[in-house]
Ligand binder design. Structure first.
Ligand code: GLY
Ligand code: MN
Ligand code: MN
Length: 443
């Protein structure tokens, strides 16, 4: 049976080969399996670049793209009836070749024997070095073995290049196939956030809210969380990478939830911050309104031709004005922006590329300048404000941490927010939580 998306992956391989040229050969391994403890493995996750070019999700696989012949060759695990009883089905070279549209496929155990033939006579070798010492050693051994055959007329590649340079650039602009999966990944994450909001009330634990997120991810078919979910009540929200998720949620506090799922390799990445008791009040209301306004200002800047930096600069100005209004900072708006004084309360950037990796590949600068946004790019827009308790901070503002994060596709008309199915306006969040409360009462 052929893989339903076979043509998508074959077209990407053809595009990459056209970029690299007919005198190039590319060699790319998928990720290794990793032990978690003793003989138990972490859940397997393929290498993103490898998957982008193949759709092939098994471990122990290597892709070779041979410029001169235009052939794409897969090395993968052989069928093994004994192992399959324990670990499940493997394609094996023959079925993998047919299903995924490779020109050839061979057992992974034959890689060292067969690869030198594919390298021989190609001027440029494109591969990924520096991520796995054993792989690096192997690549160098293949080259050395070829050089040893020079007197037989064998030519080893003379140039070695980082395959990531071209692949990163390809992956930065998402195709229709990717956008459709990312929208679905975003929809599932949005549903999970709605579920978390509806479940939250004083006296619950952060881990119970995390469980709601994970339940919805899996219930809707996402394979995993895209990263460890952050479920941070009260002061925990001021720890940017808080992942303990074991605190009790108190009346009057905010809860910051940063969670996204991975669907067919693609990440979503959403943050919402909402009151544990369902009502925004006092300083929390002011800070929330400011972060939401900062996000709106940033989103306004997401359109083709605008610099990557424009959304960040717009968000910073709104946030810094808030900090001045609340007397957390002194001076002029231009002054605190210029000096970076705002970074005490907003220390991260306003977003990142999103795709197969949650912090996806792709350069942010080109020729020393922030790059312009282009249709097909997907980025997060995630301003925040984190006010740690300190002697010079008014009591009402202490330990308030707010972030609002959405996933955004740049399109020809401007942008499309992929994650708008979960409310971020205060009224929308309050209505959702109130409705859930009423449903509980009448249950
Ligand atoms: N969840 C990781 C991030 O927001 O960048
Ligand atoms: Mn993010
Ligand atoms: Mn996030």
């Amino acid at each position: 049976m052929t893989h339903p998306d076979l043509a998508v992956y074959a077209a990407r391989r053809a595009r990459l080969m056209a970029e690299l040229g007919s005198d190039a050969v590319a060699v790319l391994a998928t990720a290794p399996e990793r032990l978690r403890n003793r003989d138990s493995h972490y859940p397997y996750r393929f290498d993103s670049h490898f998957y982008y070019l193949t759709g092939f999700a098994e471990p122990e696989a290597v892709l070779v793209l041979h410029g001169a012949s235009g052939r794409s060759i897969l090395f993968c695990r052989e069928r093994d009836p004994e192992r399959e009883i324990w670990d499940g089905l493997r394609y094996g070279p023959q079925a993998a070749r047919e299903a995924f549209g490779f020109d050839e496929a061979w057992p992974i155990g034959e890689l060292d024997q067969r690869l030198p033939d594919w390298l021989s006579g190609q001027a440029a070798l494109h591969c990924v070095l520096g991520e796995d010492a054993a792989w690096d050693r192997r690549v160098l051994d293949w080259l050395q073995a070829l050089r040893a055959l020079a007197r037989n007329g064998v030519q080893a590649p003379r140039g070695m290049f980082d395959l990531r340079r071209v692949l990163d650039a390809m992956r930065l602009i998402k195709d229709e196939h990717e956008i459709a999966i990312m929208q679905r990944s975003a929809d599932i994450a949005a549903a999970a956030h709605c579920r978390a909001m509806r479940a939250t009330r004083p006296g619950m634990n952060e881990y119970q809210i995390e469980a709601e997120l994970l339940y919805e991810f899996r219930r809707q078919g996402a394979q995993a969380p895209a990263y460890t979910s952050i479920v941070a009540g009260g002061a925990h929200a001021c720890v940017l990478h808080y992942v303990e998720n074991n605190g009790w949620l108190a009346d009057g506090e905010l809860l910051l939830v940063d969670a996204g799922c991975e669907l067919d390799g693609y990440a979503s990445d959403i943050t919402r911050t909402f009151p544990v008791n369902g009502r925004f009040t006092g300083a929390a209301r002011d800070v929330y309104a400011c972060v939401l306004a900062a996000q709106a200002a940033a989103l306004e800047q997401v359109r083709p031709g605008n610099s990557w930096q424009a959304p960040h600069e717009a968000a910073v100005r709104v946030l810094a004005q808030g900090m001045l209004d609340w007397r957390l900072l002194q001076g002029s708006l231009d002054g605190v922006v210029e000096s970076g004084a705002y970074k005490r309360f907003y220390m991260h950037r306003t977003g990142h590329w999103l795709g197969l990796d949650v912090h996806d590949v792709g350069e942010y600068k080109q020729g020393g300048e922030w790059r312009p946004l282009q249709p097909g790019m997907v980025l997060t827009v995630e301003p925040g404000c984190y006010i740690r308790a300190a002697e010079d901070i008014p009591q009402a503002f202490c330990n308030i941490g707010v972030r609002i994060e959405d996933d955004v596709l740049v399109d020809v008309d401007g942008h499309r927010v992929l994650t708008s199915a979960v409310p971020s306006a205060m009224a929308g969040i309050e209505a959702l939580m109130a409705q859930a409360g009423e449903e509980r009462e009448h249950a």
